[in-house]
Design a binder for this molecule. Structure first.
Ligand SMILES: C[S@@+](CC[C@H](N)C(=O)[O-])C[C@H]1O[C@@H](n2cnc3c(N)ncnc32)[C@H](O)[C@@H]1O
Ligand SMILES: [Zn+2]
Length: 376
């Protein structure tokens, strides 16, 4: 079953909601919901589920109906949207009493216990909500948070990023990965104040949003471990080469290759972005026909992706070398033949994650370009 819209109703997965101006619904977020349903089904611990910013309630209802979550609470601050939410719960045979017309902030202050799954999907950024969310997480909670303030996280509005996330963004071709890492890093810093560390299970930058899937881990050791995963990214404009350093303060400021001053970004999460085993389990549960080929492809790129910070953009590299574009496959194969790990990344169709030094990569790019020129 795919999604379909018949004027008054929108169907996605096994859930049907009324379309109305009163409750926000973006069909473009279907991939995010499909992946989340599979992820919740695959890895979430038993316990209560919170759809913290419900609108139509489509996410929480899909967790209940498709991922088998029995105890789902829906929050919606807006009265008109809340009315739609109640109707949608009835329409799908779920308890309308599980919806509350209140804010996440009030709810988390009212001793409602801890939740093992929390979905946060507000308008714009997540920073106004994270502090309150920490009051209801427990050890092992799966916290999924979507940010749509991508202009802030990607550096088009860098002063806002400093203000909201207390981090300097990267305003170049690596901005999506840096944005995801700034988002995860921000949540890790707030979580630390509540004695929680984080493990990033999955991080997606797709279309208009960035979304992180985090496992919350209680205790000082877990906090120390996640703080030790924080640091800074450095970028040389001349070499188009990214580096990074896990550290409390930024360190290197000169490029070791060319001596230029490096651009720094952060503080950000520099630990793993993917739990390949959890992603594999989610992929096994994903209904491929429902999710569609693009979502399946994105997840399979992620499962093959080298899980290290930053990638090289072939487009930036060929522009810097003043050569024409080269096929990514040829460069990946050449790096593999030389014994390096080299993969694609879901963050950039032209991006290469590799453990090869930048000179080896540059050599492969030049060779691939020369081969193409020779054939012409
Ligand atoms: C982007 S929509 C949610 C979309 C929905 N999760 C989906 O997948 O279709 C955000 C919703 O959160 C609600 N909201 C905003 N601030 C809130 C708060 N502090 N507490 C609870 N709900 C809030 C808004 O009224 C809006 O309906
Ligand atoms: Zn350099």
């Amino acid at each position: 079953m795919g999604s379909d819209q018949d004027g008054a109703f929108y169907t996605e997965g096994r859930v049907r909601v009324r379309t109305s101006d009163r409750a926000f619904l973006n069909p473009e977020s279907k991939a995010s919901r499909d992946i989340s349903v599979a992820f919740v089904g695959a890895v979430a611990k038993d316990g209560k589920t919170l759809d913290a910013t419900a609108a139509t309630g489509i996410r929480g209802m899909r967790y209940a109906i498709e991922a088998g979550r029995r105890d789902v609470t829906f929050l919606e601050i807006n009265e008109g949207a809340y009315g739609e939410l109640v109707r949608n719960l009835e329409l799908n045979g779920l308890d309308p009493g599980s919806a509350r017309n209140t804010s996440l902030q009030e709810f988390t202050n009212a001793r409602n216990g801890r939740f093992s799954v929390i979905d946060l999907d507000p308008f714009g950024g997540v920073t106004p909500y994270i502090y309150d969310i920490m009051k209801i997480v427990g050890d092992g909670t799966l916290l999924m948070a979507t940010a749509t303030d991508t202009a802030v996280l990607c550096g088009a509005e860098s002063r806002a990023c400093l203000r909201l996330y207390d981090a300097v963004p990267m305003h170049n071709e690596l901005c999506h990965e840096a944005g995801l890492r700034i988002l995860a890093g921000y949540i890790a810093r707030v979580a630390a104040q509540f004695d929680f560390g984080i493990a990033v299970r999955l991080a997606l930058a797709h279309r208009h949003y960035m979304r992180v899937f985090l496992e919350m881990r209680h205790g000082v050791d877990a906090v120390d471990e996640s703080i030790a995963s924080m640091g800074f990214a450095m970028y040389c404009d001349r070499c188009a080469a990214p580096t990074h350093e896990k550290a409390a303060l930024p360190v290197a400021s000169m490029c070791p290759r060319c001596g230029s001053r490096l651009r720094s970004a952060g503080k950000m999460w520099l630990g793993s972005l993917y739990d390949k085993s959890a992603i594999g389990k989610a992929m096994a549960l994903l209904d491929d026909r429902e999710a569609g080929a693009r979502t399946v492809r994105m997840l399979s790129t992620i499962s093959g992706e080298l899980d290290t910070p930053f990638y090289y953009s072939l487009a930036a590299m060929t522009a810097r070398l003043h050569i024409g574009s080269v096929p990514i496959r040829a460069v990946l194969d050449a790096l593999g033949d030389m014994g390096y790990n080299a993969t694609r990344t879901h963050l950039d169709p032209n991006g290469i994650k590799t453990d090869a030094p930048v000179d080896a990569l540059t050599g492969c790019v030049r060779d691939a370009s020369a081969r193409i020129a020779g054939k012409k």
